[in-house]
Design a protein around this ligand. Structure first.
Ligand code: F6P
Length: 570
């Protein structure tokens, strides 16, 4: 198995020099004032704003001088971002620690064109032929998903006792949860009126109770989504749901009417008891956090219908084309990544705050947390040696305007500086109370406040009198320093295309950052350790088992205490 993509260059002296040049600019820009840069650099707006796939990206409000942007673009050239991107699109094993491609772009490419004899055109090389085969496979699964979703939506798919499906419970965690939930919420305005979708991810029984509360098993469809089919949380919840059906008289023979599986491990799903016809497969070259575009998107298609799901894919594809074709200096994901990299250097210790001004996008932050932190929370480069820079800043945030009343105080006046991504959706029309305009005005106002701040200027006393000391003291408390960076991503409206483009924008930003940091954005070894320890620790909680002699004293004490708490009367 090949473990390294062919084209991209290794980190060498030229790369180090380009990196050091960026660092030099970051040190020199320590006192840069964004307002002054906006005033003094005539081409700033043209360079730092870009329209791509229906989105408008405005990166003007960063402490990034034009000369530093030049240095960042030079680094992107030296790091061979274009070559790495092309290698990813060509299906090379860019996930080099697992020797796998990361081919999510193939999931949203248009269906292959066919000649009259059934042959596909343009398959000149064996790589082309392989990509064609992948495209055919993707299209085949999409067509199966469409037939299934149409049947559920039009009511011809019936539960075991003849009831139409009214509720969908999607079971999955991480990438098998966050993308589908985000998309279902974002597109809820065009969801099927009969189908309600709930999500179950946590292995906590309370989460299960909430997910099934009030549901009638006879009209419920469970979608079990797990790439590996081994993830503990999903496996246990799927078992609990199988029992929930059995308790309602829906046994193994009828399960196919109520439970479908989405996985890259079809054998395990069959062993669980699902029928082959109830399994929607995808391949291991789809990374978990990039899997919304695969069969994992089934609940989205159930909710909004095949046509809108195709539009979601088309929007992501439009961003894929932009990423592939736009020069680096006009490339939205590349610019977003370069600005992010810049902030890690110019604002050491900073984090990334993401604030969607659209309630429909309230889960964007959670989705981005996994995308960016699971992808790039790595410390070792391709050469197996720790990289000499910080990677993956913490991502946090929440829906505007709610977070204005919680975390924004610290953003305006706190001692550390954290760049904010304002993701702003223009509401279709205003309501009588003007809430849409209020939402927009708040987004723009917060951005202006972060940028310009408010000076500590106590009102002057009467002529000849010293200023009132008390007022001066209060003014110091009221002052906002400003000069706090932010990006703005504007969506003229929230529709499936623009949603697809937005998510693909962030995916490509994340991959670009991984390439700049020289880490593998597509593996997640760090998560595995906790998983395997949990399976070792779980048997220790069984009071019938003697604790092993070699158990670490701290862990032993905790386990004993937990055993006692469980045994105590409640
Ligand atoms: O958190 C680790 C992880 O492997 C993620 O990458 C993935 O999205 C999630 O677990 C769920 O995995 P699976 O789809 O295999 O259940």
């Amino acid at each position: 198995m090949s473990t390294a993509p062919r084209h991209p260059r290794a980190r060498d002296e030229t790369w180090n020099e380009a990196w050091n040049e960026v660092v030099r600019h970051a040190r020199a820009a320590a006192d840069a004032r964004i307002a002054a840069l906006m005033r003094d650099e005539p081409d700033r707006r043209a360079r730092l704003s870009v329209d791509a796939a229906g989105l408008h990206l405005d990166l003007e409000c960063h402490r990034l001088p034009g000369a530093a942007l030049d240095a960042l673009l030079a680094l992107a050239g030296v790091a061979d971002i274009a070559g790495r991107r092309d290698a990813m699109y060509a299906g090379e094993p860019v996930n080099f620690t697992e020797g796998r491609p990361a081919l999510h772009v193939a999931l949203r490419a248009p269906a292959p064109r066919r000649g009259g004899d059934g042959s596909t055109d343009d398959a000149r090389t064996s790589d082309d032929a392989r990509l064609r085969q992948i495209a055919d496979e993707v299209e085949h699964t999409l067509a199966r998903m469409e037939r299934f979703c149409e049947a559920v939506r039009n009511g011809s798919w019936r539960g075991a006792s003849g009831h139409a499906i009214t509720d969908v419970v999607h079971v999955g965690i991480g990438g098998s949860h966050l993308g589908p939930q985000l998309a279902c919420e974002a597109l809820a305005a065009c969801a099927h009126p009969r189908l309600r979708c709930r999500f179950l991810s946590n292995v906590d029984p309370q989460a299960f109770e909430r997910a099934v509360d009030g549901l009638d098993p006879a009209s419920t469809l469970v979608v079990v989504a797990s790439k590996s089919w081994h993830t503990l949380e999903t496996a246990r919840n799927a078992q609990a749901l199988r029992r929930w059906f059995a308790d309602a008289g829906i046994g193994p023979g009828e399960l196919a009417r109520h439970m479908v599986g989405i996985t890259a491990n079809v054998d395990a799903a069959l062993a669980f008891g699902l029928a082959e016809a109830s399994i929607f497969p995808f391949r291991d070259w789809v990374g978990g956090r990039y899997s919304l575009w695969s069969a994992i998107g089934l609940p989205v298609m159930l909710a909004v219908g095949p046509e809108r799901f195709r539009a979601l894919l088309a929007g992501a594809h439009a961003m894929d084309r932009h990423f592939a074709e736009a020069p680096l200096a006009r490339n939205a994901p590349v610019l977003l990544a370069l600005v992010s990299l810049w902030n890690t250097l110019a604002l050491p210790g900073s984090t990334e705050v993401v604030v969607p001004y659209s309630d429909a996008l309230r889960s964007l932050t959670a989705w981005l947390q996994q995308l960016q932190m699971e992808s790039n929370g790595k410390r070792v480069g391709r050469d197996g040696v720790p990289v000499p820079w910080n990677t993956a800043p913490v991502v946090w945030g929440g829906a505007g305007t709610d977070v204005q009343h919680s975390v924004f105080q610290a953003l305006h006046q706190g001692t550390s500086v954290h760049p904010v991504d304002f993701v702003v959706v223009v509401p279709a029309r205003d309501d009588p109370e003007g809430r849409g305009s209020a939402l927009l005005a708040n987004a723009l106002a917060q951005r202006e406040a972060l940028l310009h701040g408010r000076e500590a200027s106590p009102p002057a006393g009467d002529a000849g009198e010293p200023p009132d000391a008390n007022l001066a003291w209060l003014a110091a408390h009221r002052a906002c320093p400003g000069n706090r960076p932010s990006s703005l991503i504007l969506l003229d409206r929230l529709d499936p295309q623009r949603l697809g483009a937005l998510l693909a924008l962030y995916e490509h930003k994340t991959a670009t950052l991984g390439w700049l940091w020289d880490v593998d954005s597509f593996d997640q070894w760090g998560v595995e350790l906790g998983k395997s320890l949990a399976s070792e620790i779980e048997p220790l909680l069984d009071p019938a088992r003697a604790l092993p002699d070699g158990l670490a004293p701290g862990l032993r004490a905790l386990v004993e205490r937990i055993r006692a708490a469980r045994a105590a009367p409640r």
